[in-house]
Design a binder for this molecule. Sequence first.
Ligand SMILES: [Zn+2]
Length: 245
Amino acid sequence: MISLVPFYHWAEMYPDCGRNAQSPINIETQSTKYDPSLQPIKPLGYDSKLGEYFNLSNNGHTVVMSLPNYMSLEGLPKKYSAVQLHLHWGSRGTEEGSEHQLNGKTYLAELHVVHFNSESYPNFTVAKEKADGLAVLGILIEVSIAGGHSKSLVLFNFVFSAGDYVSLHSFDVHELLPKQMDKYFRYNGSLTTPPCSQTVLWTVFAQSVQLSRQWLMVAASSLLVTLQGGQQPLVGRQGMVALPV
Ligand SMILES: [Zn+2]
């Protein structure tokens, strides 16, 4: 059984959710400032040819893929190691599923690749409470006019119901990232779900990733969550309650 708390009540139960550095945000590009000290993001080990297995599971809230610690990011103030990735999308029939907005535009969906500061802290659980504990890559997803889609994302479609999982051999996470990685928006924010801890260094890429409309419709209708005893389609917004980010 999943206890859902309407997100407009989060601040009553989780004080951080009412504080002033909350994510997601609307990124107004005219209000952003170029910072020459920011480094290009360099993903290390994302292009896995090492024969590792990746667990992809439906936890009843969203589809989460656990990631090995050898995947890490360079170009941030500290070394950050990967923890998991997951997807946010909207309810069936809506094309507004992303968490961040770009100049007021909500995208179809948004992928989050979650990392923790492995230079300073032993694991994700400790790091998520620290001011410099987490770094998340945000990838905006939109409908591909050409109908193309990422092969990797299609795999999400195999994890149908809460509790389902699959193990994937040699998964290429790099394929999920935009080609242009040197243009991004950086800000200090928070987990987008309770406890809303303001411990996340966000990198939201300016370039979106294209996904076919057909894929998203299939995914939205086939992913189920056990809700109050029955199975209902999994909706990204509902799923926010228990997501780590
Ligand atoms: Zn997220």
